[in-house]
Design a binder for this molecule. Structure first.
Ligand SMILES: [Zn+2]
Length: 314
């Protein structure tokens, strides 16, 4: 069922709404809450969640007789509805970052009211998932991110079946994010980072769609899900395991490498060319063996730009 999480008016145009899907048996609060598009240019998450809502509606309609929704699920595919329409990361009217507005307020500016409505609708869910991407310059391997996790969260993170789980401490700088507001409440919170902003990577989206269905199956929200055999081993990485390569010179960076591959020390990952002469300035090689978890996709490099990130197995 579609309903509006929040309806807002605008000075000289029709009002606009933030719609959400509510699926499964009625309950006082959802058991699982999934949020996408806090950043309007992060299309992968919006696409994945809209497809998931369509799939779960199909489950409710009886299109998949072996599957049954046992618990209430709330899906907000795009919080920053105007940003998605205008292809901007931030809220278009005042350029504010919606993921720096939590916990929000009922009386504040529009973005404060949006944050408040999103938190109210999701905070009591036992399982909370927020989808993001990297910037439009960089591609991230689809991964689960945990922030100052509990043991339960560490265990549940494996239920997604994604190959990388990144553990971070809860930064005192980011106290205004949805994640930090969620962490105050009982229940488990996960952030999925999927690919690159500004574009849609179908393979990543399909992978994460399947991992969300597996997760809902394994956590008892959706009954009848066959456990996928294809799941890769999940590796837990802390921030100390990340090795980053930065550009020593400006130029054009080109690489045909794919994220999610294990690389060996010294393996060639791409080339930096002189943007005028076309000559190779630098061969970029892996400084260590590990999983290629992020790579730069915007070709134009300035000195000091991040080119690749590799995570070493602990
Ligand atoms: Zn984001």
């Amino acid at each position: 069922m579609k309903r509006n999480l929040l309806c807002m008016t605008a000075p000289l145009r029709d009002g606009f709404d933030i719609p959400c899907h509510e699926l499964g048996p009625a309950a006082h609060h959802p058991s699982a809450a999934l949020v996408g598009g806090l950043h309007g240019d992060e299309i992968n998450g919006v696409f994945i969640l809209s497809r998931l809502a369509d799939f779960l509606e199909g489950v409710e309609a009886g299109n998949y007789p072996e599957l049954r929704l046992l618990k209430r699920v709330l899906i907000i595919p795009a919080v920053n509805v105007l940003g998605v329409n205008l292809r901007t990361r931030t809220w278009p009217f005042d350029k504010s970052d919606l993921n720096r507005m939590f916990p929000g307020s009922t009386l504040g500016e529009t973005t404060q009211r949006i944050a408040f409505a999103v938190l109210e609708a999701t905070k009591k869910a036992e399982l909370r998932i927020d989808l993001h991407t990297a910037s439009s310059d960089f591609e991230e391997l689809p991964q689960v991110r945990l922030y100052g996790p509990s043991d339960e969260e560490r265990q549940s993170a494996r239920l997604f079946g994604l190959s990388a789980i990144m553990e971070r401490s809860m930064s005192p700088v980011f106290t205004t994010t949805l994640m930090s507001s969620w962490k105050v409440w009982p229940g488990q919170s996960f952030l999925l980072r999927v690919g690159q902003a500004g574009t849609l990577q179908l393979e990543h989206c399909q992978r994460v769609f399947r991992s969300l269905v597996s997760f809902l199956g394994r956590s008892g929200v959706l009954a009848g899900v066959k456990i996928a055999e294809e799941d890769e081993e999940s590796c837990l990485f802390t921030s100390e395991s990340a090795i980053r390569v930065y550009a020593e010179k400006a130029g054009t960076f080109v690489s045909d490498r794919q994220v999610g591959r294990w690389v060996r020390a010294g393996q060639e990952l791409g080339y930096i060319y002189d943007s005028f002469s076309g000559k190779i300035i630098e061969k970029v090689v892996a400084p260590t063996a590990g999983l290629l978890t992020g790579i730069r996709r915007h070709p134009l490099l300035f000195e000091g730009d991040l080119i690749v990130r590799i995570n070493r197995r602990l």
